[in-house]
Design a protein around this ligand. Structure first.
Ligand code: SF4
Length: 506
């Protein structure tokens, strides 16, 4: 019989969450480094470089990889010979660990969890509760997998109940282009097949906890249907040319993980859950000897990459930029922004458009300005702001026409593609949409020299800030003509990959 003490579980969970907030798994870093080496698309290569530089900075600075520090997901396997020395339930202990981690003053993490999800959507302020899955297994230990899942990648999850004769590969390939870039590729696809509806989703999520080993599998060959699927999907998904951040390129997925479960003769449930550029998970075991020890990674596993800025990069002064200047920008152009811009995301946009509909005056003047879709982490020490990467712009699409037509706003900065609704509004108003790299939040925050809340402080991380930035790297994603890099880039790279594959054939 093993005795597990209350504080050993709480502290182990807290340590694990702090750890994954700033350390990518080493297998992930190696896979991104490889993708960086072989990438031929300049825009995608730049994005991969930023992800790697950001990762190294986070590992050395012990600050979050991404401003979205995730919703905590825990898989617990409890040995039947374990006894708990605690007044709390295991769920309460895990949630106490979450609380302790997210509120640690030396590395405060963003609280993103809201209760009453279809009602008031109140922030619980400490990122609890976690989503916890239990299994009772043989043995005298407790095995715990802790993950912090970003909202952008979770939002792109898919599920279908296929007919038994339907092709899983065909369905996955249909889904991928519909997922856009909001899941911050490159990442890993978790595919769950079989069981029941909820079991397929769970298999997809659990599959993401496995190590990246697609190259080993390619070398040794498949030994079962799941492995065959992994190999086929890995090649075919990457051949779509979506690329890092959806900019078009050779690597969209670093691995595909497939987990299956026996199912009913009438069913073939299938689920996809993607993991993003902020892939965060760690495994530890409690054996009664105390708090789990997590291995300190060797920083030599992180490549040292210098971010290049050649003469094609345009320097933009946000304090003087005007419609004439932005009309010369083209999709794929790299810009370095300096000066002042405002921030705002979902809740602020809802409030502003409601105020406009009621004929009220906005608390900020957006004339001739840029807005950055972001919900930053709170600062610590002498930081102007904590990690502050872009959030998915697509969610702001429905507000875009109103904002452009009624406020004088001329530009937006976010991540991922815009829908047709927003692209039409951008073209009609000769505005622009720029992207920063999702998953490079700590790096982006270093370009923010000053931050001040200027409206809606009650919205917490969703308040409107004024940021002063210095050389913040962004890419033009939609130009004033409504041309989008997320449409052109994957098209070009899909064709190039297809052509390359043909030339390789005997
Ligand atoms: S990398 Fe992208 S999807 Fe992942 S947590 Fe960060 S913003 Fe969200």
């Amino acid at each position: 019989m093993t005795i597990i003490r209350q504080d050993d579980l709480i502290q182990s969970v807290a340590d694990a969450l702090q750890y994954i907030s700033y350390y990518h798994p080493v297998d992930f870093i190696k896979a991104v480094s490889e993708a960086y080496q072989r990438e031929e698309s300049k825009a995608a290569k730049d994005a991969l470089a930023q992800i790697l530089v950001n990762s190294r900075m986070s590992a050395t600075g012990h600050r979050p990889l991404c401003q979205d520090t995730g919703i905590v997901t825990v898989f617990v396997r409890v040995g039947m010979q374990v006894q708990w020395q605690s007044e709390l339930s295991v769920t309460d202990m895990i949630n106490e660990g979450v609380r302790r981690a997210y509120m640690l003053p030396e590395n405060i993490l963003r609280a993103s969890v809201l209760e009453d999800p279809d009602g008031a959507r109140r922030n619980t302020k400490d990122n609890t509760p976690a989503v916890i899955h239990y299994e009772i297994v043989a043995g005298d230990k407790v095995d715990i997998y802790v993950a912090a899942k970003g909202g952008g990648s979770e939002a792109k999850s898919k599920f279908a109940m296929l007919n038994p004769s339907d092709s899983v590969v065909e369905w996955v390939l249909q889904m991928l282009p519909t997922m856009g870039a909001g899941w911050c590729p490159p990442g890993i696809l978790g595919v769950g097949i079989g069981g029941t509806a909820e079991k397929a989703m769970l298999c997809a999520k659990e599959a993401l906890l496995e190590h990246i080993d697609i190259h080993e599998l390619q070398a040794r060959g498949a030994s079962n249907r799941s492995e065959e699927l992994r190999l086929e999907l890995f090649d075919k998904v990457n051949a779509l040319g979506i690329g890092a951040q959806g900019l078009g390129g050779l690597t969209t997925v670093l691995d595909v993980k497939v987990k299956d479960y026996p199912t009913h003769a009438a069913n073939k449930a299938v689920a996809i859950i993607p993991n993003c550029a902020a892939t965060r998970h760690v495994h530890f075991t409690l054996d009664g000897s105390g708090v789990a020890e997590l291995p300190v990674p060797d920083l030599s596993d992180w490549p040292e990459i210098a971010l290049e800025s050649d003469e094609s990069v345009r320097r933009v002064n946000l304090d003087t930029v005007d419609r004439d200047e932005i009309s010369h920008w083209k999709p794929g152009d790299t810009l370095l922004l300096s000066g002042k811009m405002l921030t705002g995301r979902d809740a602020a946009h809802k409030k502003m458009t409601d105020m406009l509909a009621n004929g009220e005056q906005l608390p900020v003047d957006l004339t001739g300005r840029f807005i950055y879709y972001v919900g930053p982490v709170d600062p610590i020490g002498d930081e102007a702001v904590g990690p502050a990467g872009p959030t998915t712009a697509t969610r702001m699409d429905k507000f875009t026409r109103t904002m452009l037509e009624q406020t004088g706003l001329i530009g937006m900065v976010g991540k991922a593609e815009r829908g047709q609704l927003a692209i039409d509004a951008i073209r009609d108003n000769q505005a622009v949409y720029l992207i920063a790299v999702g998953g490079a939040a700590y790096l982006v925050s270093k370009a923010i020299v000053k931050a001040e809340v200027v409206a809606f402080p009650e919205l917490g991380m969703e308040a409107i800030y004024e940021f002063e930035v210095k050389d913040m790297p962004v890419t033009v994603a939609v130009d004033t003509q409504g041309e989008s890099i997320h449409r052109i880039g994957p098209q070009i790279w899909q064709a190039k990959i297809e052509q390359h594959a043909l030339t390789l054939k005997p």
